[in-house]
Design a protein. Structure first.
Length: 184
């Protein structure tokens, strides 16, 4: 199934659409404190239907979402607030050194390791990477240690926090999910 085909039902998963107020509040509580407190420019790479982009814009940040699926971007644009660009998350069509934050959620595990270096190039001095990833019960994904090592090839810091709260996912999970933040 292509991402365009998946777009129509993508938001049905609690952690994708963030439609449930409790799930949305849980994600806001995890992500917003990890962003700079001032209005930031955020690249949301592999933004899908733009649910997290919308969360960030509602918090006062300026967001540019990038996704390879025109249908996903069509849905994202209907949520308003952010700018959306068709492109590859691994090599986004964005200006280097123009973002305070590069954010991805469940994207890095699908891409070549070189993507992290390209993402770091997008950051202004003092910018940060905020990556939500996991190693799922299916065996797909990246462990926190694998993700940490990828980031440390380009940065001096990579702080991992497990994301075990069932409120984030719409129910209990039995696999490894985490957020990694690299501020330097």
């Amino acid at each position: 199934m292509s991402w365009d085909e998946a777009a129509a039902t993508f938001d049905n998963e609690p952690d994708h659409g963030l439609r449930d107020p409790a799930v949305r509040a849980a994600w806001a509580a995890v992500l917003l404190p990890r962003l700079p407190s001032v209005r930031s420019r955020i690249a949301d790479l592999g933004c899908g239907t733009g649910s997290v982009s919308a969360l960030f814009t509602e918090a006062g940040h300026k967001v540019c979402g990038v996704d390879q699926s025109p249908r996903m971007l069509e849905i994202a644009a209907s949520k308003g607030g952010a700018e959306f660009i068709l492109g590859d998350a691994a090599d986004p069509p964005l200006t280097p050194k123009s973002f305070d934050v590069v954010f991805t959620r469940h994207v890095l595990w699908t891409l070549p390791a070189e993507a992290v270096g390209r993402w770091v190039e997008l950051l202004r001095p003092g910018g940060r990477l905020v990556l939500v990833e996991g190693r799922w019960s299916t065996g797909a994904g990246l462990t926190a240690e694998q993700c940490r090592r990828l980031v440390l090839r380009h940065r001096r810091e990579a702080v991992v926090t497990p994301l075990t709260d069932p409120a984030l996912w719409g129910g209990p999970i039995d696999d490894e999910r985490y957020v990694l933040v690299s501020a330097v």
